[in-house]
Design a protein around this ligand. Structure first.
Ligand code: ASN
Ligand code: ZN
Length: 322
């Protein structure tokens, strides 16, 4: 709106005024756009009927249910991240109202984006605690919404693993941004705190060391590969979307730590630009996505930039050759 406003105004300036304007500083800071979240929290009352009863609207006082308030606050953090880091107005980039339903099902061991809203189970208390707990879980699910409105990565095979990985990347970046952590300070875990007490593990996934997040008699061992040599060919899990995402996850970790500083600023901007740039086929494979990140880094920072080298070496480091 700010750009259109100045363009419109320039049309009514005289030639003299326009000439005069040229001596003004050309590097005026870009106008900061302030967006407003529109959050609603609903309660499924331990049923699997969506969306459930409204329990907290935008601007309303906190609920007596801490799970409701946590869901509300995390929507605010995710909204603030996309606004501040990438000037994105909500999930669709056009102010989409954000809806979360809590207390879905009985002891339900997952959270998900259903194409329109986010949904949280309470966890069964044996394997998982309440899914509203970790911020990166909310960031992961809402980023499925961002992907849906942008690259629309097909949820099968390598494009599906990229869809999953992009959700982990921004889920982790949202947590890092909220905590004020640099790439070196971050734990690069997804869902830390989600495993119930007694489960032998640290988190759902590790971007830094895929395959090491848990190893437990009930849960089994974290099945994620860390490189292409260990790629898992399977028809389960939509062709291993939550398994092979370990490979692009680790590529992002390698790029972000090689670049250094706040990971959302440069590595994150490269991945965000790739996701939202309109050039990715929905069925893109790892090699195609990797090449696209190198192109985006080149456009953003120049062909000889350290960021481009870091991205190229990160993909090579996981066995994807660009
Ligand atoms: N939490 C999972 C995910 O976002 C739910 C699912 O498998 N659809 O990937
Ligand atoms: Zn996911």
């Amino acid at each position: 709106a700010a750009l259109r406003e100045s363009a419109r105004r320039s049309l009514v300036l005289s030639t003299a005024q326009r000439t005069e304007r040229r001596v003004l500083p050309v590097a005026a800071p870009a106008a900061t756009q302030d967006f407003t979240p529109h959050r609603t929290i609903k309660d499924a009352g331990h049923t699997e009927t969506l969306p459930g009863q409204e329990v907290r609207a935008e601007g309303a006082a906190p609920s007596s249910d801490t799970v409701v308030n946590q869901a509300y606050d995390w929507l605010g953090v995710v909204f603030g991240f996309y606004e501040t880091a990438y000037q994105r107005d909500s999930i669709d980039g056009a102010g989409l109202p954000m809806i979360s339903t809590v207390h879905y099902g009985q002891g339900y061991d997952n959270a998900f984006w259903n194409g329109e809203q986010m949904v949280y189970g309470d966890g069964d208390g044996t394997l998982f605690t309440d899914f509203t707990g970790p911020l990166d879980v909310t960031g992961h699910e809402l980023t499925h919404g961002v992907t849906q409105y942008t690259a629309a990565l097909e949820y099968y095979g390598q494009s599906g693993a990229l869809n999953e990985s992009v959700s982990d990347v921004f889920g982790s970046l949202i947590k890092q941004w909220h905590l004020g952590q640099t790439a070196d300070q971050a734990d690069w875990l997804i869902g830390q705190g989600l495993l119930a007490p007694g489960v032998h593990g640290a988190a759902l996934r590790s971007m830094k060391a895929p395959g090491t997040a848990y190893d437990d008699p009930q849960m089994g061992k974290d099945p994620q590969p860390a490189d292409m040599a260990h790629y898992v060919d399977t028809y389960r899990d939509n062709g291993g979307v939550h398994i092979n995402s370990g490979i692009p996850n680790r590529a992002f970790y390698l790029a972000a730590t090689a670049i250094g500083g706040n990971a959302w600023e440069r590595a994150g901007r490269i991945w965000y630009g790739t996701l939202t740039g309109g050039k990715l086929p929905s069925s893109v494979d790892f090699a195609g996505f990797a090449a696209a990140t190198v192109d985006t880094a080149t456009t953003l920072y120049g062909a000889s930039a350290a960021e481009v080298t870091a991205v190229r070496q990160a993909w090579t480091g996981v066995g994807v050759h660009v």
